[in-house]
Design a protein around this ligand. Sequence first.
Ligand code: CA
Length: 414
Amino acid sequence: MRAALLSLSLLPLPALAGPAAMPQPDSPASRMPGGILTQTSAQTGLDQWIVAFRPRALAAGIAPATLDLAFQGIRYNDSVIEKDRNQAEFTRTIWDYLDSAVSDLRVENGTAALRQHRRTLDRLEAVYGVPAEVVTAIWGLESSYGANRGDIPVIESLATLAHDGRRGPFFEAQLIDALRILQSGDVVPEAFTGSWAGAMGHTQFIPSSFHSFAVDFDGDGRRDIWSDDPTDALASTAAYLAKSGWQPGLPWGIEVTLPPGFDYGLSGKGVATPIADWAALGVTRADGSALPDIGSAELLLPAGARGAAFLITANFRAIERYNAADAYVIAVGHLSDRLAGGPPIQAAWPREDRALTGEERRELQQRLTAAGFDTKGVDGKIGPNTLAALRAFQRSIGMVPDGYASLDILKRLR
Ligand code: CA
């Protein structure tokens, strides 16, 4: 899915707000910021790349006739490269992301989509064990319930990205998988479209995910995730989650309230703690009621001690396989709760904060390490080592050790 594509960005844009699926006007490559190539030489480069690629595709089992058909009239798509360049350093706060990912409009449209496709979704739940609301929430985030499926020819976007080379091997592998899809007859060339990076259909499968998880649920002999009828796409998504370890009957997570004096050192992904232990520490549901028995759970604080707190389960991890960003998983989970009639997130967010830029995150790591709190590398990603260093630094100056990488912390280190 998008997980692999978006691994460089902290938070992906939700489909509704994202330009990925919008048609882009043609613009010469020579006018791109920092662009050197003219459209003509870029096209020549792509044509030469396709010639060199052909033997590799043949060796991978793609028939000559499929290749001839697939690459007919393929042009260099500079809008795809532009999107790829703009992707890397994109960052947003969790609350900004959730505001659009789980907007009132998306809840409203999701309620309507759920009602319209209830029979199909109930059948999917019976077969795969994934709730209708969860499948619908992914549909809502990936394509606004089918409204933004993407209309860029898949072979064109993937060939352009594979030729470009920034993530060449990844996109070449996706291109081979895309050619296999064409060869299998699941889709006709005219309908073989997607978003800028080759994510396709109602729930934005990349070609390799299609091969692993797509199903022909309506039984017409084709795994059709592109058509107006979302049945196969929704079934494929349910199959994806089921194969990723979805456990029926378990929530993705629950919003909780932490008691005064709570030890924030217990937060963070990594150690699942029995629900009875959380309850014994004074943790309750956000509405103050007792925690439900959901086995064991990890405590996630996406905005540190001043934002919402969630106990997350194995099903959080299943959604994570779809897209690894915490914000995405929380958005899917929360949207599914809202579609099931649940309330908005109860806690307030520290809205006066802004997200650190990639450069600031790297500076934070450098400064932590220089101050004796080793982040074990400077990559701009707040992983377990940076989290541990942040906590140690917070403790050393008497702050709540929530490990949240805020601007305030960076300022204190400067
Ligand atoms: Ca079908």
